[in-house]
Design a protein. Structure first.
Length: 285
């Protein structure tokens, strides 16, 4: 009987030892990483709880920093742009685009170079409004800013105007060459010939007689009148009229970009103010 009890106790002790050893081996060590085995389908059994994506976190962090901190270069550009555009703000100017003047789109070429702001007056000797504007535009031209070039372009809509345009360019060349000494006086005489003496100057011969009164010989007149230079100037004038959309005279075009006249400006004194304002706009560019 005693042997049987001892045997049972011994078996119990052995079973306890075996259980203790098995339980100890089956538990993982806390500091040891656990390898995740893939299933037969190739998917991790823990796919439903993905580990954090470090690369994604870093990307989000960069975006947040970029959004929070302004770009120094971008800030500088924004300031420069604001300075450049500020003169165009509607509240800063007396005259309004689309009402007092009209913008040419795209900007068209000018007679001279880009070294100066060009103010061009399109006119006709037979136009009474051009005759009335002449003293005012001459006074403005005498005191214009140093960075402004003033040019006059004759209209060429029909045969009579082309004839008078040729008169203008013949006069311009003879003044430049010193054959006509007093250009403004000659120009005034041509206006008076049409509007006060009622000489419409409808032929080359009638025009030649006007030049003769200012000491221009027939030979000098004919050589200049029929010159290649005069013909070329006429072609340029016709091209500019088309480009600028000139439909009436007198019309002012500033730097190939802005077109205006006395009616849109509100009168000739206002037109002179408008010219100065448009010149100022161009000077700020």
């Amino acid at each position: 009987m005693k042997k049987t009890i001892a045997a049972v106790v011994a078996l119990a002790i052995l079973a306890g030892i075996a259980w203790f050893v098995t339980s100890r081996d089956s538990q993982p060590v806390a500091d040891q990483p656990v390898a995740v085995e893939e299933t037969a389908t190739g998917e991790s059994p823990f796919a439903e709880v993905p580990e954090p994506d470090t690369a994604a976190d870093e990307t989000l962090e960069v975006v947040e920093e970029s959004a929070a901190e302004p770009d120094a270069d971008a800030g500088d550009k924004a300031i420069l742009l604001a300075q450049a555009e500020s003169p165009e703000a509607p509240g800063n100017w007396k005259f309004r685009e689309g009402k007092n003047y009209f913008r040419l789109v795209p900007t068209q070429p000018t007679l001279g170079g880009a070294d100066k702001i060009e103010v061009a007056e399109f006119f006709w000797y037979g136009c009474p409004h051009c005759f009335n504007l002449e003293p005012t535009i001459n006074e403005w031209a005498a005191t214009k800013p140093a960075n402004v070039r003033f040019v006059q372009v004759p209209a060429t809509w029909n045969g009579l105007l082309v004839l008078h345009a040729r008169l203008f360019y013949t006069e311009e060349i003879l003044v430049r060459n010193g054959v006509i000494e007093d250009g403004p006086a000659f120009r005034q005489a041509v206006f008076q010939e049409y509007h006060q003496r009622h000489n419409r100057m409808t032929s080359e011969e009638a025009i030649r007689r006007v030049f003769e009164r200012f000491g221009v010989s027939q030979e000098e007149f004919e050589k200049t009148w029929n010159s290649f230079e005069v013909a070329q100037k006429l072609r340029v004038a016709q091209d500019l009229m088309r480009r600028y959309g000139i439909s009436a005279v007198p019309t002012i075009v500033v730097n190939g970009k802005y077109r205006a006249d006395g009616a849109s400006a509100g009168g000739y004194p206002q037109l002179m103010e408008l010219i100065d304002e448009l010149v100022q706009r161009e000077s700020l560019r």
